[in-house]
Design a protein around this ligand. Structure first.
Ligand code: DMJ
Length: 562
């Protein structure tokens, strides 16, 4: 999701807590005790001392498991041997044009990285026109968002020197001794996701340790009466308070934010070790599983999930439903949780199937010109609009279709292809061949922005993400053609002297640049384009699921106990 960035309300001052993974396990154990049955009658020290809100017990919270097993250490070598495909590299006998296109995308990545390194290393993003760095307010004092987001893409593209530069920055300069009002969602998908993926790809402990240490600092966001996290915080678990976005009505939590934690937190719990892994497992697993429990309990209007939920009462705050911003990756993480569990997490699959059925029934529409789109829903009234963000859904539905019951499979394949084609139309109907932030189907307009404020393009990945999935699942050449059109448009309109920049109006040339190279351009847009022109076994969908920032996390084919 992408959120208006107004300053968060009710932020608490934080005190530095230099944490280490060993200490993380201790603290997780303490916190897990509090999350368990004992906390029902006797609030733990965190609640008493820090005044955090008391946690209502989830209806069917399981008691924390007792650790009676042998110590657990994640066996990285065994994990690597379990992969069904090599993770990177070209294949003999491949078509030279495809290879040349992939190499072009690799060159774009190098250009984006080199300029970031030269002008903004250690800042969160590069400002390519003014040749300096941008910090922003999403990451609560954390720095280097572009470094962390770029790591696995550099690795996959075999940009070895550049990968080493990024790794060195993580080792020497990535400071986790910071506190502040960070977005739980953004820190999770970019930092935790990027660090975990790079650990799984390389086996370098530094990435795992940083991910665990950072994971610990996100836990206070869960200290709410329902256990549904608020917008976030970045602090030691002992400081225990969290905040909500000031603009989110009545202090509510956002579906796409609290619904986009499962993949990363499962891996954090797996890697945190045992003992006391079962305890930490019971903490972070129970935290994210509790989110599902709350969602399964609350009544859903026509089976749809509204975007705002109160973390205090566990009820919906507004009836706005969207598969784009504010809702998007909640749906994505349901189907991907099931895939990542090697198809064992049937609860997630059922939630995904039910949600998609309601979306098909109430939100999927066809325009007069024959374009299929997914509308938004406001208290029963349709808003005939699709955000650029909603274009990820072509890929998600295609991925889900492969595993759908036979009677749905073909229908979902067609739906995925039609949505992706509509998103392609939103690109081809612009002068720059790049798509607007939102496009509408109203007043004779189809797949075009009708408001000035929706005409911008900020290097977003969702459309090429769907091309990549549709290519892998169908091998229809049009998806590579469409991806190549995007590469050419990026080169023509977004490449500037010192990096890539978003543009303010996709319908106007020459482009007016916004002076921002978003970190997700390196994490996602360029990675998905590169994979579109790679063989299917590079980061194979049989071994990996991509988190919502395109960081690959391994499918749990087996237990990796040392
Ligand atoms: C990324 O941070 C992620 O893809 C997120 O899910 C949505 N917004 C941006 C890219 O547009």
């Amino acid at each position: 999701t992408d959120l208006p960035r107004s300053p968060p309300a009710a932020a608490e001052p934080r005190h530095a807590s230099p944490a280490a993974p060993r200490r993380l396990r201790e603290k997780l154990r303490t916190a897990a005790r509090m999350a368990g049955p004992a906390a029902r009658t006797a609030p733990g020290p965190q609640q008493q001392v820090q005044g955090a809100e008391s946690r209502a017990q989830p209806a069917s919270a399981a008691p924390p498991a007792r650790d009676t097993r042998a110590p657990f250490r994640f066996d990285y070598e065994r994990f690597r041997r379990s992969l069904r495909h090599p993770v990177r590299g070209g294949r003999p006998g491949e078509d030279p044009e495809t290879r040349a296109r992939r190499m072009k995308i690799r060159e774009m990545m190098k250009f984006a990285w080199d300029n970031y390194k030269q002008y903004a290393l250690g800042k969160n993003e590069l400002r390519p026109l003014t040749k300096n760095g941008h910090i922003g307010n999403m990451f609560g004092g954390l720095r280097g968002a572009t470094v962390i987001d770029a790591l696995d893409t550099l690795y996959i593209m075999e940009l070895e020197e550049e990968f080493q530069e990024a790794k060195q920055w993580v080792e020497k300069s990535f400071d986790l001794n910071v506190n502040g009002e960070a977005s739980l969602f953004e820190v999770n998908i970019r930092y935790i996701g990027g660090l975990l993926a790079t650990y799984y790809l390389t086996g370098e402990e530094v990435f795992k340790n940083k991910a665990l240490e950072l994971g610990e600092k996100l836990l206070p966001a869960f200290n709410t009466p329902t256990g549904i996290p608020r917008g976030g915080s970045l602090s030691s678990p002992c400081s225990g308070m969290s905040w909500s976005w000031g603009w989110a009505s009545a202090g509510s939590s956002i579906l796409a934010e609290f619904g986009t934690l499962h993949l990363e937190f499962l891996h954090l719990s797996q890697l945190s070790g045992n003992p006391p892994s079962l305890v930490s497992l019971s903490l972070s697993l129970s935290q994210v599983m509790n989110i599902r429990r709350v969602l399964n309990r609350v009544e859903k209007p026509q089976g749809l999930y509204p975007n705002f939920l109160s973390p205090v009462t566990g009820s919906w705050v507004q009836h706005h439903v969207s598969i784009g911003g504010l809702g998007d990756s909640f749906y994505e993480y349901l189907i991907k949780s099931w895939l990542m569990s090697d198809k064992k997490d049937s609860e997630a699959k059922k939630m995904y199937d039910d949600a998609l059925e309601a979306i098909e029934k109430h939100l999927v529409k066809k325009s007069a010109g024959g374009l299929t789109y997914i509308a938004e829903w406001r208290g029963g009234i349709l808003d005939h609009k699709m955000g650029h963000l909603a274009c990820f859904s072509g890929g998600m539905i295609a991925l889900g279709a492969e595993h759908a019951h036979q009677e749905r499979r073909q229908r979902h394949r067609e739906l995925a292809a039609e949505i992706t084609s509509t998103c392609h139309e939103s690109y081809t109907r612009s002068d720059t061949k790049l798509g607007p932030e939102a496009f509408r189907f109203e007043a004779g307009s189809e797949a075009m922005a009708t408001r000035l404020s929706e005409r911008y393009y900020i290097l977003r990945p969702e459309v090429v993400e769907s091309y990549m999935y549709l290519w892998r699942l169908t091998h229809e050449p049009k998806y590579r053609h469409w991806g190549w059109e995007v590469v050419q448009a990026l080169e023509k309109h977004c490449r500037v002297e010192a990096g890539f920049s978003g543009i303010r109006d996709v319908y106007s040339t020459p482009a007016l640049h916004d002076n921002m190279q978003q970190s997700f351009f390196l994490a996602e847009t360029l990675k998905y384009l590169y994979l579109l022109f790679s063989e299917d076994d590079v980061l194979s969908l049989e071994d990996w699921v991509f988190n919502t920032e395109a960081h690959p996390l391994p499918i749990n084919h087996t237990d990796f106990k040392a």
